[in-house]
Design a protein around this ligand. Structure first.
Ligand code: 5GP
Ligand code: MG
Ligand code: MG
Length: 183
């Protein structure tokens, strides 16, 4: 499949994603019973994951979004993080679950965790659909829920973009031979 100037091939199909999300939601329903958690989706990449996950949450909960971005239209991580965080909602004393599309180096989630901790939540954990263990630069203690561990490869689909394209794809695709030595 061609997206802009690059070629991608299937990695995780729709049914596999749905089954994994069912299991993650069962874990969350059990772990947060009686806690009325606030699920905070990190825009834009997590929007489909949040929607599908939250439909399977059966305990009382709140859902909101925030925005942080570290990639600027390429397949490479930059360590620049745009400060675009909306924290107008009150999280003090609350149980927070951050929902991410993917944890790559871990810098974005680390930054967001540090910001949120300043508001004294009762607890904070991270639920990421994807994780690239081989690219993690920091250990993220709060990363309690991971959908799939993947190789050091660039992926698109199911909310994740390449040059803002491909977010609408129902499955997840990986870049075919990037030719980019830094990936
Ligand atoms: P980190 O700060 O962990 O290196 O990067 C996290 C962010 O970079 C993710 O939330 C996502 O927006 C973007 N990112 C990292 N890896 C990929 C990837 O393989 N594909 C896409 N589309 N975005 C990625
Ligand atoms: Mg993200
Ligand atoms: Mg992106």
């Amino acid at each position: 499949m061609r997206i802009a100037d690059l070629t991608f091939e299937p990695l995780i199909d729709e049914e596999t994603i749905a089954k994994r999300i069912n299991l993650l939601s069962e874990e969350l329903n059990a772990d947060y019973e009686g806690k009325t958690p606030i699920f905070i989706g990190v825009l834009t990449g997590s929007f489909l994951f949040v929607a599908d996950l939250i439909k399977q949450i059966t305990i009382p909960c709140e859902v909101t979004f925030t925005k942080v971005a570290s990639y600027f239209g390429s397949t490479n991580t930059s360590h620049k993080i745009r400060e675009d965080i909306d924290l107008s909602f009150d999280i003090s004393g609350r149980h927070i679950v951050i929902i991410e599309d993917i944890v790559d180096t871990g810098n974005t989630i680390n930054y967001l965790l540090a910001k949120l901790k300043q508001y004294n939540p009762a607890s904070i954990s991270v639920c990421s659909l994807l994780l690239k263990p081989g690219k993690l630069e920091l250990s993220i203690e709060e990363l309690h829920y991971v959908g799939f561990e993947i190789e050091n490869e660039f992926v698109v689909g199911y909310g994740l973009d390449y040059k803002e394209l491909g977010r609408n794809l129902k499955a997840i695709y990986r870049l075919v031979s990037s030719g980019d030595p830094t990936m």
